[in-house]
Write a protein that binds this ligand. Structure first.
Ligand SMILES: NC(=O)c1ccc[n+]([C@@H]2O[C@H](COP(=O)([O-])OP(=O)(O)OC[C@H]3O[C@@H](n4cnc5c(N)ncnc54)[C@H](OP(=O)(O)O)[C@@H]3O)[C@@H](O)[C@H]2O)c1
Length: 324
């Protein structure tokens, strides 16, 4: 699998990340190991987990994903080949959540234990914590980096102004700042005012910031649970409207011309965008991973990229903005 550098962290990772929120819980251990093996055998290295995965499922208490990843790496003796990313801030049994210094240190130790490793390559704030001063949060993360327990830190589901402020504070103190941002992203654009709860969509402003500061962008929920192609899944209502209708029409035309599936066209479009957005792929079946990984063989032409980018945008004609 192709490799890329994660922004200014300079950590080299596979061009796709594997999502694991249901690994070791809804997806049993045997299937989870098979999925990990397939991802690794195809050159995948970046694995996305979090401390509280999948505490929302009945019978789960959180830590199932990290524990299963740790067991797999131990059994395969491949810890050094894998780039482990994990996160904290959501509450789950035994953890009140948030980003206080105590919580950051305690949750990191718990994750290291479950992952059976001495370091997490990329450690994210999984959501914001407005009760804890930013100085406390960033100093605590920096402490983990200085202690060698974490290689780089990232932000997930934070507003851009908070990321910028946190990084400015870190620069002043010469602490590690957020070098990676993981937010929600897909080809369809949410309607104005769409609410995703704690999840935040990658904005145009964030892309601009990422270009200037060499911050890597990672996107999750890129395939909308398969809704682009499957009759058993619906496109979430946050995307419903004429913009999505037009973008779907163009996506289908471009995928057909490029000879790939809609999922593959979305993954290729994200990777070829400026700045590139590294997709997290997830699946409960090998066939899904196979199709998603094969997206790396798809190269969209500059015309196809332009068509995909422009779909649904208003056109400027004689000084008036008119819908396409
Ligand atoms: N940072 C955050 O806050 C955050 C939030 C959400 C997710 N994530 C990360 O991102 C990962 C993926 O999230 P997600 O599940 O929401 O992603 P998604 O891409 O929207 O959905 C993945 C699901 O889509 C289906 N699928 C996958 N490939 C397919 C294909 N080629 N054709 C048809 N269906 C396909 C599978 O569903 P079935 O298995 O049901 O068949 C798969 O589980 C998570 O595991 C987690 O690591 C992070």
């Amino acid at each position: 699998m192709k490799k890329v550098k994660l922004g200014r962290s300079k950590i080299e990772v596979s061009a796709l990340a594997m999502g694991t929120d249901l690994i070791g819980s809804k997806i049993n251990q045997e299937t989870s190991f098979n999925l990990f093996d397939f991802f690794r055998d195809n050159g995948g290295t970046l694995v996305d987990t979090a401390n509280f995965y999948a505490s929302w499922l009945p019978g789960c208490k959180g830590g199932e994903s990290e524990t299963t990843l740790g067991q797999w790496m131990k059994e395969r003796k491949n810890r050094d080949e894998i780039v482990v990313s994990s996160k904290l801030a959501f509450d789950y049994p035994g953890c009140d959540g948030g980003l206080s210094a105590v919580e950051i240190q305690r949750e990191c130790e718990k994750s290291l234990k479950r992952l059976q490793t001495d370091r997490i390559d990329l450690y994210y704030a999984h959501r914001d914590d407005h009760e804890t001063p930013l100085e406390e949060i960033m100093e605590a993360f920096d402490g983990l980096v200085k202690a060698g327990k974490v290689r780089a830190i990232g932000a997930s589901n934070l507003f851009l102004w908070r990321i910028a402020e946190a990084n400015a504070i870190s620069r002043i103190h010469k602490w590690s700042g957020y070098s990676v941002v993981e937010q929600r992203y897909t080809y369809l654009r949410p309607r104005h005012g769409a609410d995703f709860g704690p999840q935040i969509f990658i904005s145009e402003e964030l892309k601009h910031y990422a270009r200037i500061y060499d911050v890597a962008l990672i996107g999750y929920s890129v395939l909308l649970q398969g809704a682009y192609t499957r009759s058993d899944r619906e496109v979430p209502t946050q995307f419903a409207g004429p913009d999505s209708d037009e973008r779907l029409r163009v996506l289908k035309a471009v995928a057909s011309e490029a000879g790939c599936s809609l999922s593959q066209a979305i993954i290729a479009w994200m990777r070829q965008s400026d700045p590139p957005i590294l997709p997290i792929i997830a699946g409960s079946k090998i066939e899904q991973l196979r199709e998603n990984i094969a997206a790396l063989d798809v190269t969209l032409s500059s015309d196809q990229m332009r068509l995909l980018d422009a779909a649904g945008n208003p056109v400027v004609k004689q000084g008036w903005i008119q819908p396409t």
